[in-house]
Ligand binder design. Sequence first.
Ligand code: 5RP
Length: 294
Amino acid sequence: MADKDGNQLEKDYHLDIRPPKQNFHVKGAEHADWGMKDRLSRIFNPATGKTVMLAFDHGYIMGSTAGLERLDLVVPKLAPEVDVFMATRGAIRTCVPPTFNKGLALRCSAGSSVLDDDMSHEVIGVNIEDAIRMNASCMAVQTFIGAPGEKSSIENLCKAIDAGNRYGIPTLGVVAVGKQMERTTKFFLLATRMLAEFGAHIVKTYYCDDFEKVVAACPVPIVVAGGKKVPEDEALEMAYKAMVEGAAGVDMGRNIFQAEDPLAMCKAIGKVVHENYNSKLAYQFYRDVKNKIK
Ligand code: 5RP
């Protein structure tokens, strides 16, 4: 036990120095609790406020996917270039060393496969204890606004948010699009705002016309999805436009791991997201890295 007598009671309150202005770098999270902010800071780089997420959760719906046949070979190599891995617990536990020590967006919804015509019916496939055990930085739950499974997917999202809030784990609400589903600005305005109002701390959605309106109307950060593989310059252009119009980062899968050089693509996306490279410069950078000039 410390001595009771003779202790120095004061040293220096630094009364001439103001406390730092509290401006947390993640939109809508100013009033969140410490643990929540700690996890959000693993997702959004505190220096730039932005994130590069690599999505490789495709197997939970599609099985083995082009470019992801060997998770153990493909994924760890990309780790140095990303802020966050978005994946299932099965992929993470088996193919990613725990020394990865970066953000983890744990895919927590599941329930249908590409064999199903209507893929909008999911359940919560991971309980909160396992998300804690895996030290998830956030839980990713998909919602199907406007599809037959809309109501149950909203219920899944709300349950994950409630469970996560109990333990300071943010929830990433994923706006799904499907064969019969709209991809209009009106739809994305509706879906992103709904997810944020349910309490999602981050929303993942697709780039669209008037994207800045979608960003402005959503009170939490938006990360933009990649979608089907397109040529590398087009993917970089989409990422660039999304960032200029207010996205807080990208969450890309196929446009990275199906690129001719996934590592170079990851690095180039990082330049767009964190260093404000325009798409032309980023594409040049991609080609230089691919050709080993840099
Ligand atoms: C949809 C997702 C997936 O992670 C996403 O589809 C994968 O990324 P990409 O479309 O860029 O390949 O969020 O549930």
